[in-house]
Design a protein around this ligand. Sequence first.
Ligand SMILES: *Cc1c(COP(=O)(O)O)cnc(C)c1O
Length: 379
Amino acid sequence: MARIPFNKPSLVGREFALLEDALGRGQLSGDGHFTKLCNAEIAELTDASTALLTHSCTAALEMAAILCDLAPGDEVIMPSFTFVSTANAVALRGAVPVFVDIDPDTLNIDPSQVEAAITPKTRAIFAVHYAGFPADMDALADIARAHDLLLVEDAAQALGSTYKGRKAGSLGDMAAFSFHETKNIISGEGGALTVMRPDLIERAEIIREKGTNRSRFLRGQVDKYTWVDIGSSFLPGELVAAFLYGQLEQEPAIRRTRLGLFDHYHAAFADLAARGRVALPRQPKETTGNGHMFYLLMRDIEDRDAFITHLRDHDIIAPFHYVPLHSAPGGRRFGRADHDLPVTDETYARLVRLPLYFTLGDEIDRVIDISRAWLGANA
Ligand SMILES: *Cc1c(COP(=O)(O)O)cnc(C)c1O
């Protein structure tokens, strides 16, 4: 029987034809025909005022950190339970990631902990939409407004998700998306920054174009472009954009397929969850997800490791994450947590991700059968 990986990137539509089209247009650098199409499509899928393609979500987060005008010593509040790029973007500005705990029901940042972590140096909140389920953005927006903070969504996992009927990517001042091959919509490496604040849009374009006003030049608004601000090369080339556009066109179908797999997993483990053997993802109130990820919460780290080993022995690859940032060497060096973060530590020890990708199909039942057999034998 074939090995079931935890993720498998796949072609879903016109990617090859669009790559050929891009090659025929004579522009392989960024901001050409396909970049414009992707920007418009991402703005549509997120309801954001502006979307700018980047070469990764990491890059989009770095742009967001520059747009927050972070200076050395400034603080940004974020969950410890996230990918390293959320924190690294802040550390690169010389600012301090301040780590807080997550809500045990949603695994998203806990707004009450955010409130408690605010100091005179706090400049922004970076909220992660874990597993594609949006964080409690109304509560976070209230806190941000009361303390004059910027609110950034790390929406790497959340394209197509909604919160109270509003789309991820339009829920804060800015949002960062990922098109890494492990996400729902892919281009190998890729990302986007969406911007909601009109006063930040022009600066976002400048930062993305190496600190120049090239975007205005391309629109014919200035005769020559020149260095006007700090920035870097945050944009992908046209081949990446062409491939990505082929994926973005299929976003509804990809989301539907992944949500079907998510629901199938959920139903298959419901009895074991009811008996308390495992815990399952809980959909936060008034949100819709995008089927990005399905996980089980095991009893403890020994239970988790034994389960992962059992799956691997049956050629099924199931990873765990995230090694908490607040206690990692980088987190201790560049960041801070004001107290223990028990939910973060416990979630890291208990969480196992099951394979979930567009072409998983009936193989999902093999994952379920082999998982259930072990859980039954190790009740
Ligand atoms: C994947 C991911 C990132 C990084 O995305 P890249 O496109 O690989 O840079 C950042 N934050 C979160 C929460 C992610 O899941």
